[in-house]
Design a protein around this ligand. Structure first.
Ligand code: F0G
Length: 533
């Protein structure tokens, strides 16, 4: 029989090897609050302060006692976890509870319909699929209108009430004049055939998305095309629709991208007895997808001017704006939606991660009623979505966040301020090591300078391979028993997303760990950074 170690070697062994190379290959055996426990060589538990927080899934902490007790009760009561295609009152209550919070934060009475899913990427894919369904129906209606107009024009020309002037062909740039053809019906049919051909080619164009540079919206087939990191995205480009990536510091790039892709359909009308070709704009852009604060991309807060311009352009072309709150939402920044803190307004909102309270796997795409296509409910489904267990756990999470008039949000804001102030003092003490501290609430990033000219060959090597941030995380874990991480897309930025239970004492512990690692980097002490000295 194979040993457990050999068996675990079949679950992404290469990744395990990479984690081991920077000392992050630790097995955790127990978790509560802000703490993960591993075992030492003698089998004793060693507590590790967790600032990774399940990639932002643990705003209330690991195994929150009220959530665990509630989940236990639900299972003991044998609630029907899965009873698909029957009434789902719990999902309904959850949608209503989410709406109540959105109503308060957005100051807007328009309801949002909920499409439930299980993971973040699945919620994004449900959202973009809904947006594409909407676009498809819009295009079909437009094509139908254009066909109706052609029929009306045909009738008018047949009755001798209208003629097709030569310049009807000139207006429609790609159309050839029917030289020598004088029969008015024949002239019209030539025109209609060419316009139909043009229109069909335009309608067959693949949809496009608008997305910010450094965005992360998931790694499934559709969502990975909205994730900027080329290593994640490019090998799979052929599988799905593409995005145009926009720099957050250049809001004017949004309009430029839209102008560059503008497409028109040709429609017919009659003016003063003359058949006239008119241009009709049609939607090429399926959706603008935007994180209010980029998480995986290195904690980048969307500048208000960018958010405003995104809203303006979306309104001008009728494109839905999907605000991805999967990481930034659920109170993470001190408001339920981070977008309300940066002045960004969406037509859709996606939530996941902390929605499941650290134990359920659940996510949701919320769609503004005025953009909602109810027919979508009959063409989209997912086995695990809307299950009673996840819905009830998520309701409990909302109850905990909203209790005491939103006391949790105030705690998050206060804890975030305290943590951020401490990070600021470290940056002040080590401006040559720490490049930037940024973020909001309990979604903070500490960016380290790149150090390509380090006098330490070890550090030089780490920098060249994009592993400096991982080595910093490895050092802090090994020497200080604190778990932090950079990301695949922001390798020099440590991302700090602790739970609201973070204590003053833990902030102080992090401070000494950061001061230590900053001193190691300032001293160019490669061996010590890697735990070899
Ligand atoms: N959207 C955002 C903003 C995310 O941060 C993530 C995941 C997803 C979508 C996809 O969610 O993993 O449940 O499918 N972010 C993780 C991270 C992976 O490292 O920040 P998923």
């Amino acid at each position: 029989m194979e040993t457990a170690a050999a068996e675990s070697g079949l679950a992404e062994p290469h990744l395990a090897h990479v984690l081991a190379s920077v000392g992050l290959n630790v097995e955790y055996v127990r978790a509560e609050g802000t703490t993960l426990h591993r075992l030492d060589g003698d089998g004793r538990e060693v507590p590790v302060l967790d600032l990774v927080g399940g990639f932002g899934s643990l705003i209330l902490g690991h195994n929150h006692p009220e959530i665990v007790a509630y989940a236990r009760d639900l299972l003991a009561a044998r609630i029907p976890v899965h009873a698909q295609f029957s009434d789902s009152p719990h999902a309904g209550r959850l949608a209503a509870a989410l709406n109540a919070v959105l109503r308060r934060e957005l100051g807007d009475d328009e309801p949002y319909f909920a499409i439930f899913a299980s993971t973040g990427a699945e919620a994004i894919e449900a959202a973009i699929k809904h947006a594409e369904f909407d676009r498809h129906l819009t295009l079909a209606a437009l094509a139908g209108e254009i066909a109706d107009h052609a029929g009306q024009v045909r009738a008018a020309v047949g009755a001798g009430d209208a003629i097709v002037p030569d310049d009807a062909f000139d207006l429609a740039a790609p159309i050839a004049r029917p030289d020598g053809v004088t029969d008015r019906r024949e002239r019209l049919e030539r025109l209609v055939a060419q316009l139909d051909d043009w229109n069909s080619r335009q309608l067959a164009r693949a949809p496009l998305f608008l997305v910010a540079e450094k965005a992360f919206h998931g790694k499934l087939v559709g969502s990975v095309q909205l994730t900027h990191n080329e290593a994640f995205r490019v090998p799979f480009e052929a599988l799905a629709a593409q995005a145009r990536f926009l720099p957050l510091d250049r809001p004017e790039a949004i309009q430029e991208a839209v102008d560059a892709e503008r497409g028109v359909l040709f429609d017919l009308t009659i003016a003063n007895g003359l058949v006239t070709v008119v241009e009709r704009d049609f939607p090429i852009f399926c959706a603008f997808v935007l994180e209010p604060i980029q998480g995986e991309g290195g904690i980048n807060v969307v500048p208000p001017e960018f958010g405003k311009e995104a809203r303006r352009v979306c309104d001008s072309i009728g494109c839905p704006l999907i605000v991805d709150e999967i990481q930034s939402g659920m109170g993470r920044t001190g408001a339920f939606l981070a977008s309300t803190r940066v002045g960004l307004r969406g037509d859709y909102y996606t939530l996941a991660k902390s929605l499941g309270g650290g134990i359920a796997k659940t996510s949701v795409a919320l769609v503004r009623a005025s953009r909602y296509r109810k027919e979508f409910e009959l063409v989209h489904s997912s086995t695990f979505a809307k299950d009673a267990f996840s819905s009830l756990v998520a309701l409990k999470v909302l109850e905990l966040l909203e209790a005491g008039g939103g006391a949790a949000y105030r705690v998050i804001e206060e804890r975030g301020r305290r943590l951020s102030a401490m990070l600021g003092t470290v940056r002040e003490a080590f401006p040559d090591v720490v490049k930037d501290v940024r973020g909001m609430g309990l979604m903070l990033g500490v960016e380290f300078h790149d150090r390509p000219d380090s006098t330490s060959p070890i550090i030089q090597d780490l920098v060249r391979n994009g592993f400096l941030g991982y080595a910093v995380a490895g050092h802090v874990l090994r020497e200080h028993r604190i778990r932090t991480f950079p990301t695949g897309s922001a390798a020099n930025t440590l991302r700090l997303e602790p739970s609201l239970q973070l204590s003053d004492e833990e902030i102080t512990r992090l401070e000494s760990a950061l001061r230590d690692v900053c001193a190691v980097l300032r001293d160019e002490d490669g061996p010590r950074l890697m735990g070899a000295a």
